[in-house]
Design a protein around this ligand. Structure first.
Ligand code: NDP
Ligand code: ZN
Length: 356
């Protein structure tokens, strides 16, 4: 199962909206087939692994990181394939939370006389597919909030200077997150002040995420780099009160304008809308006002903070998070530190919700 999990992980950042899945076929103590799901629409892990095993698959044990599917999606059900290949035993790490499968894959195998064992390295398998599990269960993307700040929590000086607070290796790490997420989001003030490109600038990125701007009144400058560079799709989210003429001039530049049916952009509605558009994971890069809204809504899954050992000070210097905040300590959102890492001179901290 460990090998199957390692195989699954190789598909990170390229299977969305599908899960990461690995499969290993074992007979007489030898691996006779291996496979991973690599892209939505392409064969599932079990198909690659069983094909590799060929006629040897009969009487074998198949280790698979996620319950085999039982429904006809873009490809035929893997449960049927395992049955027709006459495998003896199927060992599953995690059950598929997809309501179309949810236990049915395993039942189908059992009904055909195959021995099924479930829950082997379950925690590892659920961690690997935390984005998929969250998305299937809530229909909203898995949300990561990210910021880079000084030790005193500032993201710029009083005059607005912010380049660079963190070093090169922290900045490179950010690009790895960009590659893994389906979309990156920023507020219109960040777009106006910094003109960021919001692309993944690793050497050979597996994909470029969709770039999303929260912009109630469509104030994004028509000259903004991300509107004109054509590197990856740009979705500008607006409130309900924007003039059709203004919208048209952006559409001519191939920007997708998505109008909410409320005057303001509410985070809950926004996340549902993005979920409907197959955005399974969202990387929120600020600024402070946008982070404040996400925190207030409670609709986020993890925070990645890069802290530089630097003191900026200044009451008016922008903090990592603004917005209204919470008035009582017992309302504040308590997180659990999941990971810490020193990157160059900086400290990276990954926090998740207490229950997460
Ligand atoms: P933001 O970039 O957070 O943009 C805020 C604007 O987004 C709002 O004024 C609002 O404008 C629009 N918006 C639309 N819907 C929402 C919503 N639901 N919640 C919040 N905002 C919404 O602005 P800030 O001024 O806080 O931050 C900008 C600064 O932050 C920049 O100078 C940038 O350099 C810095 N920054 C630093 C980062 C770091 O990690 N160090 C990362 C990113 C930015 P409207 O009402 O017109 O729609
Ligand atoms: Zn399948």
């Amino acid at each position: 199962m460990k090998v199957a999990l390692q195989l699954a992980e190789q598909g990170s950042g390229q299977t969305s909206p599908n899960p990461l899945v690995g499969a290993v076929v074992v007979k007489n103590g030898q691996i006779i087939g291996m496979g991973a799901h690599l892209k939505a629409g392409e064969p599932h892990a079990e198909v690659h692994a069983v094909r590799m095993a060929g006629s040897q698959a009969e009487d074998s044990t198949v280790y698979v990181t996620l319950e085999p599917c039982s429904h006809h999606g873009k490809t035929p059900p893997c449960a049927d394939l395992l049955i027709s290949s006459k495998v003896k035993r199927v060992v599953v790490a995690a059950e598929d939370p997809n309501p179309l499968v949810a236990g049915r894959g395993m039942k189908k195998l059992q009904a055909a006389g195959i021995e099924v064992v479930s829950g082997v390295l379950k925690n590892e398998a659920e961690e690997l597919n935390k984005v998929f599990f969250h998305y299937i269960q809530t229909k909203r993307p898995f949300v990561t909030l990210k910021w880079a700040c000084s030790l005193d929590g500032k993201t710029a000086t009083v005059t607005g200077e912010s380049k660079w607070i963190t070093g090169e290796s922290a900045r490179k790490d950010v690009h790895k997150y960009r590659e893994l997420h389906d979309a990156i989001l920023a507020g219109v003030e960040t777009v106006i002040k910094d003109d960021p490109s919001l692309t993944c600038r690793l050497e050979n990125p597996k994909k470029q995420p969709v770039r999303i701007v929260l912009d109630t009144h469509l104030r994004t400058p028509e000259t903004a780099g991300l509107v004109n560079d054509g590197h990856s799709p740009v979705w500008i989210i607006t409130g309900s009160e924007v003039s059709p003429e203004r919208i048209e001039s952006f559409q001519r530049k191939n920007a997708v304008i998505i109008q909410m049916n409320t005057p303001d952009i509410e985070i809950d509605n926004l996340l549902h809308l993005l979920g409907e558009r197959n955005i399974t994971s969202l990387f929120v890069e600020g600024g402070a006002a946008v982070h404040g809204s996400f925190i207030k809504s409670g609709l986020f899954n993890q925070v990645v903070s890069y802290t530089a050992p630097m003191l900026i000070g200044g009451k008016e210097a922008p903090p990592a998070v603004a917005g209204a905040g919470f008035s009582r300590i017992n309302e504040a959102i308590r997180l659990r530190i999941k990971e810490t890492e020193i990157l160059g001179d900086d400290l990276k901290i990954v926090c998740v919700k207490k229950e997460g």
